[in-house]
Design a protein around this ligand. Structure first.
Ligand code: ATP
Length: 452
């Protein structure tokens, strides 16, 4: 079976639309820049990505607990965190082409090297001086705009965790090292959003703050680098499409003593998928200072007292989903025809199995529906009786369904069905009574991508 890595962003965008994963938001009004709506299969895939993250953080460990904090927090939060003063990008405008650039990205842009010629015409680039632009979305609480208080849509979920640190010490009796994890929406008024769901103004983050005794910070930083890289690998991303890149000293955020990005080789090149930072005691100390509360660990028995250091793995749900889609996208040839297939890890696949009657008569649809009803208790399955069987297989291949279960003439006689494997195309005959167990066994088995 010949496999090629022909994935482009255009192919992903078009597959996502064609199969109902992701749509341009507000399309009937002409769309709105960099906003996307997730359709049926997009929701299922995104839920599976998040479920795998929760599983790795909560189910498989004893030292992390969950949180779901509010999007709108006390505005002092952002003074303490440094986002009000520091969460800015320097912007320059080109008077010639009317485009806007981040000053720190000028070197990568076609415009911007004054006095170079403007691309496509004879005019010179004419750049304004850089202006700082805060990335936080501002809104007002209260019914009267003028009298209300200015608040911000959170630009990261992490601060909600720091604000709750004390609750977890007091009420959950947690002792470092321990982590607090949350998944939720964040908002950034990005200057240059783009590349589909890679950079949008509204996106979802999976963040975990791991609080540790200061002397253990380096060791836990290393631990989380390895864990997070491994998470992507176990979910099927090819090792040669993933790497860790340590930030240079001049790249580090104001709060961080060490940061590494997990990068993925997207069709747009190597780009950040997740950031893992050693934030030291910056956040807890700042919130202690701004709130006047003690945010430290104190052991009543030993008298030990310290402000924990924090290791933060911060991932984007949408970027992870894009990476999984890009890594899974494949084209091969079956009986002289090109097939598009998403070779997603079965745990991530939106639909685990499709139940297909070979023909729409002779009791086959009834038996297929009976199988679907039994399987749906255990996993996401789909019944599809519309069109030629080959067309139905292709449809399932395109949404990444790992197994297609076909009910045929023989099924009515001996209560067996064929199970077609999306990747190997092998067809096994399985007894209907064993089907759910067999699929669950396959779902749990370690999986590596057949892509080269
Ligand atoms: P970038 O350098 O790409 O702007 P960042 O370093 O500002 O990202 P972080 O603040 O570390 O990003 O956020 C953690 C994660 O949240 C990122 O690794 C990314 O997966 C996700 N993320 C951040 N900004 C966006 C965005 N505008 N759209 C989608 N995902 C985002």
């Amino acid at each position: 079976m010949a496999t090629t890595d022909l994935v482009t962003m255009d192919k992903i965008v078009s597959l996502c639309k064609r199969r109902g994963f992701v749509f341009q938001s507000s399309e009937i009004y002409g769309g709105i820049g960099s906003s996307y709506d997730y359709g049926h299969y997009g929701v299922l895939l995104k839920n599976n990505v998040k479920a795998q993250w929760w599983k790795a953080m909560l189910q498989e460990r004893d030292d992390i607990v969950a949180l779901d904090s509010a999007i709108i927090q006390h505005p002092r939060t952002w003074e303490a965190s440094g986002h009000l003063a520091g969460f800015t990008d320097p912007l320059v405008d080109c008077r010639t082409c009317k485009l806007r650039f981040r000053e720190d990205h000028l070197a990568d842009s076609a415009c911007g090297r004054r006095p170079s010629k403007h691309p496509g015409d004879d005019e010179q680039c004419d750049l304004t001086a850089a202006r700082d632009f805060n990335l936080m979305f501002e809104t007002t609480v209260g019914p009267v705009k003028e009298e209300g208080a200015t608040v911000y849509l959170r630009p990261e979920t992490a601060q909600g965790i720091f604000l709750n640190f004390k609750n977890y010490l007091q009420f959950s009796r947690r002792k470092p090292p321990f982590g607090i994890a949350q998944i939720g929406k964040s908002f950034r008024n990005e200057i240059t959003p783009g590349n589909f769901i890679f950079r949008t103004r509204e996106f979802e983050q999976m963040e975990m703050e791991f609080f540790v005794p200061p002397v253990e910070a380096t060791q836990w930083y290393e631990h989380w680098l390895a864990e997070r890289l491994d998470w992507y690998r176990k979910l099927g991303i090819r090792a040669d499409h993933l790497k860790l890149r340590a930030h240079d000293a001049d790249e580090l955020s104001h709060y961080s003593s060490a940061t590494s990005d997990v990068e993925y080789l997207y069709p747009i090149g190597w780009s950040e998928l997740e950031g893992i930072a050693n934030r030291g005691d910056f956040d807890l100390s700042r919130h202690a200072e701004y709130s006047g509360q003690k945010l430290e660990y104190h052991d009543g028995n030993t008298g030990e007292r310290y402000v924990p250091h924090v290791i933060e793995p911060a991932a984007g749900v949408d970027r992870a989903m894009l990476a999984f889609l890009c890594d899974a996208y494949d084209e091969d040839e079956i009986e002289g025809e090109t097939r598009t297939v998403l070779r997603l890890h079965p745990q991530l696949a939106p639909v685990k199995a499709a139940v297909l009657p070979l023909v729409r008569k002779d009791g086959q649809p009834e038996l297929a529906l009976e199988i679907q009803r039994a399987l749906r208790e255990r996993m996401q399955v789909e019944y599809d009786a519309g069109g030629a069987i080959g067309r139905r297989y292709r449809r399932q291949d395109e949404i990444g369904t790992p197994w297609a279960i076909t009910v045929d003439h023989q099924s009515l006689q001996d209560r067996t069905v064929t199970v077609r494997d999306r990747d190997s195309l092998a067809q096994d005959r399985v007894a209907i009574d064993d089907l759910a167990d067999e699929l669950e066994r396959r779902l749990r088995a370690p999986w590596t991508t057949p892509k080269a």
